[in-house]
Design a protein around this ligand. Sequence first.
Ligand SMILES: C[S@@+](CC[C@H](N)C(=O)[O-])C[C@H]1O[C@@H](n2cnc3c(N)ncnc32)[C@H](O)[C@@H]1O
Length: 386
Amino acid sequence: MAAAENHAGPESPVSEVESEPPYIHVLSAFLAMEPPDYVISLARECIGDSITGSVQRVFWENCVKAAANGNTSYAKKFLKKLISEIELENGEVLDELYEEYALYMSSSKDDETAKESIRVCKVVSFLFPEGLYEHPSCPRSRKLVIPLKCSLNMLEGDTGCSVWPSSLFLSEFVLSFPDFFAGKTCFEVGSGVGLVGICLAHVKASKVILTDGDLLTLTNMKLNLEVNHLNYDDDLAQQSGKAQSTVKCVHLPWETASDAELQEYNPDIILGADVIYDPSCLPHLVRVLATLLQKRPSHSAERDNSPEKCSENEYANAAGEQEHAPVAYIASVIRNADTFNVFLKLLDQTELSITDITEKLKPLEFLPYMRSYDRSSVQLFSISSR
Ligand SMILES: C[S@@+](CC[C@H](N)C(=O)[O-])C[C@H]1O[C@@H](n2cnc3c(N)ncnc32)[C@H](O)[C@@H]1O
């Protein structure tokens, strides 16, 4: 109670308290659809034990009203939990909260929405740690807020319509080391909702090519690029000479992607998050990686793509040209050791080397409010051609 008063007395305008870091965590957790009991416990932890009138108002102004545009099912669950906790502590519930909850109760709108579509809009807010080196490409940005249309059904769009933990980790990696990616051509396999691509565009990769083998996933990904005000182009052949369009969306099933098509993309960096899970797809995925990772002559002094092994990756040849060696960054939760071992074996047979860089290049923590995201479950690997 006292702590809450310290941050915002009953008369404090919401806009003032909103900018307080504890509220940022609470609001970010709500918008990311973290479990309601966790969001409320976070509020208690950050703001004070009691859910005072001013705290309720913050929830009302910033969360519940925003949820009215969609996510009604989550808002209803959240309100139910919030009201019952306030009542339990004999607090006074704001009229607006009661009224909104009564509206949800009297209408079956949220149930219909839930049946018709299990798509929701999750907002992933990357909160930049204090003192983070400011990259010239993203000056003064203290947070990056990315709304994402996604599905609560993990199997929709062949798993590509959900946000997986590895894409959160890979996004944190991109934001932690913007210099690795700025000015580079970046190509992602199995891009899903497009989160990593949006972060790559944010750090000013010169070209972002997002790919997926599932058409429903690709449609959802394009929607997310639109929602995040990024232009996309799905016809790579037409891009040369055209006004710059940063993000390409390409339907690219690993099984049918031709070597010639892959070579045309000519990426500096290849990325992938949570793509190592289906043993039957792995030979195709590894072939795609091997083709994209082929070393090739480079006439310009290209910048290193593998910062941890700079000198090893560029080789001067007899004509004074340099060999350009792309690198892949693959983030993965190893759920099945056998499947991962199949992947390692295939890499070895294809003359690709893999290094676990999880500790060496540990990303900063941008999602401290997200309890559902277990960072420690994700490993990050760099893969390059031998
Ligand atoms: C587990 S999801 C991960 C999605 C996203 N990278 C993330 O981490 O949130 C796997 C992704 O790989 C794509 N995928 C699976 N098999 C594929 C294949 N054979 N060819 C191309 N994409 C494939 C799926 O459509 C899906 O988007």
